[in-house]
Design a protein around this ligand. Structure first.
Ligand code: ADP
Ligand code: ZN
Ligand code: ZN
Length: 733
């Protein structure tokens, strides 16, 4: 050590780094040159024979390992800002709560481009660009064989272009042109005017007053508003106030398809503001730039799906979780986190408000509101002056028998809308042509050879194919029954494709559009379809839950629901909560503007309490009854659960592992019950046998204590070829 170096500085020459490695600990490296400012920076380190990217979390003077064995860091990335301490703390919380390695959590919240070792330089990123004088001359001389350049030039000649409206290729051009001096940062003056906000409804005004009273500090509020009640307007006003005061807002939506619509509304309202829409549909380069912009505090509003809850936001002032009940907020693999719950935790951590919005809140959320942990604000009426909630009617399929899925009543209602030039939606939550291919002689149904599931019949061009919705296996339908040899194989049941076909035969003049995962596969396809619907180029929409959620289709006056009963017989006790929410959502698409809406639900169980609550639009009644059932059964939210999920090729090894795990934990903690290992609802996917062990505790604290001791022991249990992971607060199986 050089004699003049103060010992307390020289001493901290070992860096502790979080790496995306399966081992849950930090790794030590020699880092003589690193200092306090490097905490949270990305580093490149040797790991075995590879080089990995990690995050530098601590500096220490002594390692647990002999210092002679430590290797030096390869590099510290000082060209990108360090991860802020609060984000690292958030990652630590998530890693601890969901029992996942911290290094893996940190890696997953970095944009993919920053998980890799190449060096990145950060752009200076103005929000909008305009042509300079030199630029105007230069682009006029662009050659005709450069269509992309000329297209961008055209837009710039018409006025400044907002950076977020540029795609990856255009951004590359912009960088180039800025270097050439053709472009300059445009100021906000040149940007289109903000729309005039509508006059608030009484309920919206009251909601905003209440939110204002909750203050700028931590407060969780459930905004329970019926479909079409104008929750988004409430968000927009709160966001406006927050960004006006120089802080940032984070808005989460459950589905990538909901982002463009929300983004549009935000841009119309706040055209001069920097809005980042983050989602997995973006190109890698875009994600990196946007993420860095958020990290630099350059964004006023960040909008995104699940993973965006981990976006670095130095001036965070508000979090909003739209459609908070949606199961898509829960990640089902890797770190099985709930973005909604992480959002509430983050709001608490940062001391800022969080708003959870829904027409059908999750029962946990509803209970939190009933218990006073969350504030509750209600919007009971639709916002649009003439709009009322749609009339929900049940069509009893025991009397009015469906033909090709369609009852007489629903057919007549569709015809009626066609005659009046209004739009309809036929909702069926099954994609493909028919759920199964069935032998009419012996009843044999074609199974997937790799999963415990039936193959789904899909129409493919002029022919058909069989596809497994779980493992993706696709084959040609067998010409004859593999069981009895009969040639009489028939499509059994309805899928979106078959309903589309039936409707086309019945209403040959109608313009029919199918919206499901198969028809929206290409990037941007969904947005095109949404525009077609908005432009009234569609008479009948056929769709799955993709169309049920959150979309505003003002010309839609009829919703028909086919096949809802299937979910009633699901073995998952959460199925009814999900079905109720889904049907309320889909019903909510009808009658959102001037004309009243009608909803027809085909069912063989018209007296089922779920449907009866639906007719009355009675979410609170449904919630009360369902919560009572949960309390009686000791299910969440009246208990805390974790599920140990295991899978492997060898079913005996999987069950053996879970059995050993159960024995290890038996009697370890009072108030914690371990159930017998059982096969998962889908007990085999792609030849992997899947099973699980439920851990149920009377409360969160004993569960936490239990997991602290139990989990470290699982690694030592026999389980060759068994992959396992823990799911805290599971939402399925
Ligand atoms: P939600 O998110 O609660 O389902 P939205 O925010 O999408 O509802 O609003 C439903 C419709 O009502 C939208 O078309 C919206 O433009 C309109 N709307 C919202 N607030 C008002 C208002 N105060 N005055 C008039 N129309 C409104
Ligand atoms: Zn047969
Ligand atoms: Zn399969």
């Amino acid at each position: 050590m050089p004699p003049n170096t103060p010992p307390e500085i020289a001493a901290l020459h070992i860096a502790r780094v979080a790496l995306d490695a399966p081992v849950d600990r930090l790794f030590d490296y020699l880092a003589p040159g690193c200092d306090e400012a490097d905490l949270g920076r990305r580093v490149e380190v040797p790991f075995g024979r590879r080089t990995l990217v990690g995050v530098l979390l601590e500096r220490v003077s002594v390692s647990d390992l002999p210092e002679a064995g430590l290797k030096p860091l390869h590099a510290i990335d000082r060209s990108t800002p360090a991860l802020p301490a609060d984000l690292i703390e958030l990652a630590r919380f998530a890693a601890g709560y969901y029992r996942f390695p911290l290094g893996a959590v940190l890696a997953s919240l970095l944009p993919p481009a920053l998980r890799r070792t190449e060096r990145q330089r950060r752009d200076a990123l103005p929000a909008a660009y305009a042509l300079t004088g030199a630029g105007r001359e230069a682009v006029a001389a662009l050659p005709a064989r450069a269509p992309a350049q000329r297209a961008l030039a055209q837009r710039l000649l018409a006025g400044p272009v907002v950076r977020d409206d540029l795609d990856e290729r255009e951004r590359a051009l912009v960088r180039e042109w800025r270097r050439l001096g053709w472009l300059e940062a445009a100021d906000a003056q040149n940007i289109p005017d903000a729309e005039t906000p509508p006059a608030l409804t009484e309920e919206q005004a009251a909601a905003l007053i209440a939110l204002d009273q909750h203050g700028d500090g931590y407060a969780a509020t459930l905004l329970y508003g019926v479909t079409g009640s104008g929750k988004t307007e409430v968000y927009l006003r709160r966001i406006g106030a927050v960004i006006e005061s120089g802080r940032q807002a984070l808005v989460l939506a459950p589905e990538i398809h909901l982002i463009p619509q929300l983004e549009e509304r935000l841009r119309r309202r706040f055209p001069a503001r920097r809005i980042l829409a983050l989602h997995s549909g973006l190109a890698e380069g875009e994600r990196r730039q946007d993420w860095l912009a958020a990290l630099a505090g350059a964004a006023d509003i960040v909008l995104g799906t699940r993973l965006s809850v981990f976006t670095p936001m130095p001036r965070l002032g508000l979090l909003i979780v739209d459609e908070e009940h949606d199961a898509a907020y829960k990640q089902l693999e890797g770190m099985r986190y709930s973005a909604r719950d992480v959002a509430v935790w983050r709001a608490h951590q940062r001391g800022v408000p969080v708003i959870l919005g829904s027409a059908t809140p999750a029962l946990e959320t509803w209970k939190n509101a009933q218990d006073g942990r969350y504030h509750l604000i209600r919007l009971t009426r639709r916002a649009h002056a003439e709009a009322v909630l749609p009339a929900v009617r049940l069509v009893d399929t025991r009397g009015d028998r469906p033909r090709m899925g369609l009852t007489h009543s629903l057919g007549a209602a569709l015809e009626d809308r066609l005659n009046r030039g209004e739009q309809s939606l036929v909702f069926i939550n099954r994609r493909g042509y028919a759920p199964t291919l069935r032998c009419n002689a012996c009843g044999h149904v074609t199974p997937c050879p790799r999963c415990t599931a039936h193959l789904v019949l899909h129409r493919a061009g002029p022919g058909y194919r069989l596809t497994c919705h779980h493992c993706g296996l696709t084959t040609r339908p067998p010409p004859a029954c593999p069981e009895c040899g009969s040639l009489d194989m028939r499509a059994a049941g309805q899928g979106t494709q078959r309903v589309e076909e039936t409707l086309a035969e019945r209403f040959p003049a109608a313009r029919i559009l199918r919206i499901d995962r198969d028809s929206t596969g290409r990037r941007g396809a969904f947005a095109v379809m949404r525009d077609q619907v908005a432009a009234r180029e569609v008479d009948i929409l056929v769709g799955t839950q993709l169309v049920a959620k959150g979309h505003d289709f003002p010309h839609l006056t009829l919703v028909g629901v086919i096949g809802a009963d299937m979910a009633l017989s699901s073995p998952d006790w959460r199925a009814s909560e999900r079905l109720f929410a889904l049907l309320m959502q889909v019903a909510g698409r009808a009658g959102r503007a001037e004309r009243p809406g009608e909803v027809l639900i085909q069912t063989g169980y018209p007296h089922h309490p779920l449907y009866q609550a639906l007719i009355r639009h009675d979410y609170p009644g449904f919630a009360r009854q369902t919560l009572n059932e949960r309390r009686a059964a000791g299910f969440p939210p009246y208990s805390a659960q974790a599920v140990l999920r295991a899978e492997g090729r060898d079913g005996d090894a999987v069950m053996g592992f879970l059995e050993a795990a159960r024995e290890t934990g038996e009697g370890q903690e009072k108030g914690v019950a371990l159930f017998d290992p059982v096969p998962a609802l889908m007990s085999r996917i792609a030849h992997q046998t899947r099973a699980q062990l439920l851990v149920q505790a009377t409360a969160r604290a004993p569960l936490r204590r239990f997991l602290d001791l139990w989990l470290p022991r699982l690694g030592g249990l026999p389980g060759k070829g068994v992959k396992w992971g823990l799911d805290v607060d599971p939402i399925e199986g």
